[in-house]
Write a protein that binds this ligand. Structure first.
Ligand code: NAP
Length: 264
């Protein structure tokens, strides 16, 4: 099928598998041209060929290890210089397993470089280009562990809390400039991330595990509805709203010129 594209180009990081590959497929169906970023060039090229054949959109592969500063800078420069890019999906991420005390320092550094440093620089570049253009969107993949840090690895959970926090600040900074920003908080989603990080998702109750297509479709439905934070599995949106209201209630008392009476 040949499709006229008017949506611009979506840059998807971590597009070689799982959630990123599924975003690429869904965005191609929506008429976005694609710029697919990950380390595995062969997988990216196979996906690019299938998607361009199936949908008629233009698909380009950009091989990059986003933990490598030179590679990251190439992607940042592309975001800053390519005016056709209208959507960034900051999806590339790794997980690790085990306690903080027993963790492998090298794996911790890699996680921080990818989940935090790369995502930050790519978000900044997109925010700058899209704000100047007065249009565009940024989708950042956080996780529900941002809200339940006691349940999972400390560094992974903290990295996803960082993504949520950064994304919320970014929303406040750029929404008035015509840029849409969304944080997506998936629960357990069936992808390679589990085996890659040495965990066995099949040991979890099946009712906790979502198929990747359903997760991405729900996240894109939240994006279409203009949600700032999307939790694909949360049955009642009022539960998230209650959390936002509780946080707003704290607001006026979080910084005052006197300590609380109980500390005196
Ligand atoms: P996945 O299937 O393991 O995919 C991860 C992607 O990131 C792959 O395309 C991988 O490609 C890429 N990647 C890994 N290291 C990279 C690097 N150094 N440079 C560039 N790309 C790199 O995992 P997924 O589940 O789809 O995860 C996608 C995002 O969703 C992650 O941010 C993850 O934290 C988040 N998430 C996942 C779940 C879940 O249960 N699956 C839940 C909540 C949030 P290459 O190996 O080709 O580089």
């Amino acid at each position: 099928m040949n499709q006229q594209t008017t949506k611009g180009t979506a840059l998807v990081t971590g597009a070689s598998s799982g959630i990123g590959a599924t975003y690429a497929q869904r965005l191609a169906n929506r008429g976005y041209d694609l710029l697919l970023v990950a380390r595995d060039q062969q997988r990216l090229e196979a996906l690019a060929e299938t998607l361009s054949k199936d949908t008629g959109v233009k698909v380009e592969v950009l091989k990059a290890d986003l933990t490598d500063s030179a590679d990251l800078q190439r992607v940042v420069q592309r975001l800053r210089s390519d005016g056709a890019i209208s959507l960034l999906v900051n999806n590339a991420g790794v997980a690790i397993n085990g306690t903080l005390a027993e963790g492998d320092a090298g794996k911790v550094d890699t996680l921080i470089q990818l989940n935090i440093v790369a995502l930050t620089h790519l978000s900044a570049a997109a925010a700058s280009s899209f704000s100047a253009a007065g249009r565009g969107a940024i989708i950042n993949l956080a996780s529900v562990v941002a809200l339940i840090p006691e349940m999972f690895n400390a560094v992974y959970s903290a990295s996803k809390a960082y993504v949520l926090s950064l994304t919320q600040t970014l929303q406040a900074e750029v929404s008035s400039k015509g840029v849409q920003v969304q944080a997506v908080l998936p629960g357990v989603t069936r992808t390679e991330i589990w085996e890659r990080s040495g965990m066995d998702a099949s040991a979890l109750p099946p009712e906790m595990i979502m198929e990747v297509g359903e997760m991405v479709d729900a996240a894109l439905a939240g994006f279409d509805q203009g949600e700032g934070v999307t939790i694909p599995s949360l049955p009642d949106a009022a539960d998230w709203q209650a959390m936002v209201i509780a946080r707003t209630h704290l607001g006026p008392n979080l910084s005052r010129n006197q300590a609380a009476a109980r500390y005196k």
